[in-house]
Design a protein around this ligand. Structure first.
Ligand code: AHG
Ligand code: MN
Ligand code: MN
Length: 329
């Protein structure tokens, strides 16, 4: 048993094992852990202080911005910008890329994030999360949006923080997936889930069935198949991707947000949601697909690009893919 194995200590040991690592990444992570703790504290007392409710503006996707979205967004930017590890950031809540202020040193990484995923659930005390992705970049380059438009396969790290009955930090650097639970008394994320593996097949499917009248034929046929499957699939849908994903990662299952007649490219964002979770699921032995191609192979064309997503247990995702030939029927 790994008593007292904190996230930063674990990462340091992991980095030490990698030849040529200078530990820059470890320092970047400790800033991220600080941001996670601050957001967690704020989420946990959301009902106590007058922070609930909409901020009265819309984000780049035309959605209502919640106050806690703004808070999480600003916390991450402010906590990360002066560490000297980043050259820039991109956030789901910001139209443009964020260049690190020239008064701070520039680093060799880019941070992309969804500051608060599942934000429509904040007002009703349901789990939300932060999702992040880290890419390498040349600190000498002139930073433009183009530097962020890399296929997910090029991520050097990805993770999420789930603010739920406990706060959990789950990440991968391409050497397995590890989970840490925040001990509020100690104030540290402690190793609780080492080397997470997703079951090859699950019994859970997660999809917004309210969209079924817009579905393409392959999606309808696949969901109908699951309902009639003798394995007795059960439906679970929180409406916070990070919470739905986390449950399926631990228990097995499949999450879908497919393209449909209303949302022709799906709803979720490639750079802030699909890519980081795809990296994690593959590292845990699962799969992430659009229905006909691997998420991590997509070369993004724009920062806020949406993508259809099928993610979870490998055999479940492959079964869903086998129905995608009917999508055009
Ligand atoms: P965000 O709160 O970051 O905008 O993300 C919302 C997402 C995701 O968390 C969830 O899986 C999905 O929206 C739910 O969408 P529907 O309400 O359309 O099912
Ligand atoms: Mn989101
Ligand atoms: Mn969000």
């Amino acid at each position: 048993m790994n008593i007292g194995m904190t996230l930063t200590k674990f990462l340091l040991e992991e980095q030490r094992r990698l030849p040529g690592s200078k530990g820059n990444f470890t320092a970047l992570f400790s800033d991220l852990v600080v941001a996670a703790k601050i957001i967690s504290r704020e989420v946990n007392r959301a009902g106590l202080i007058d922070i609930l409710g909409a901020a009265g503006s819309k984000n780049v996707h035309g959605e209502e911005v919640q106050k806690l979205d703004e808070y999480a967004n600003t916390t991450i930017i402010k906590t990360m910008e002066h560490g000297g590890h980043l050259s820039g950031m991109a956030s789901e809540e910001m139209d443009e890329i964020i260049k690190v202020d020239p008064k701070y040193p520039r680093g060799k990484y880019l941070l992309l994030f969804d500051p608060l995923d599942g934000s429509s659930n904040i007002d009703v005390n349901i789990s939300v999360g932060t999702i992040f992705s880290i890419l390498r970049c040349n600190p000498e380059c002139e930073l433009t949006e183009k530097e962020f438009l890399k296929a997910g396969a090029e991520q050097v790290c990805a993770g999420y923080i789930l603010y739920s009955s406990s706060t959990m930090f789950v990440y991968t650097t391409g050497h397995g997936v590890h989970g840490f639970t925040l001990d509020p008394n100690v104030g540290e994320f402690l190793l609780s889930h080492e080397n997470i593996r997703i079951p090859d097949r699950g019994k859970i499917y997660s999809v917004n069935e309210g969209n079924s009248r817009h579905w393409l034929p392959g999606t309808s046929l696949y969901i109908e198949k699951l309902k009639n499957d003798e394995k007795n699939y059960t439906a679970r849908y929180v409406g916070s991707l990070v919470a739905d994903f986390h449950r399926n990662l631990l228990k097995g299952g499949v999450f879908l947000y497919p393209a449909d007649k209303k949302s022709v490219s799906g709803k979720l964002r490639l750079l802030y949601e699909a890519n980081p979770l795809a990296f994690i699921v593959e590292q845990a032995g699962g799969k992430a697909s659009t229905g006909d191609k691997r998420i991590l192979d997509i070369v993004p064309e724009k920062l806020h690009q949406r993508v259809p997503l099928i993610i979870g247990s490998k055999s479940d995702v492959e079964e869903a893919e086998s129905f995608w030939k009917y999508q055009d029927a």
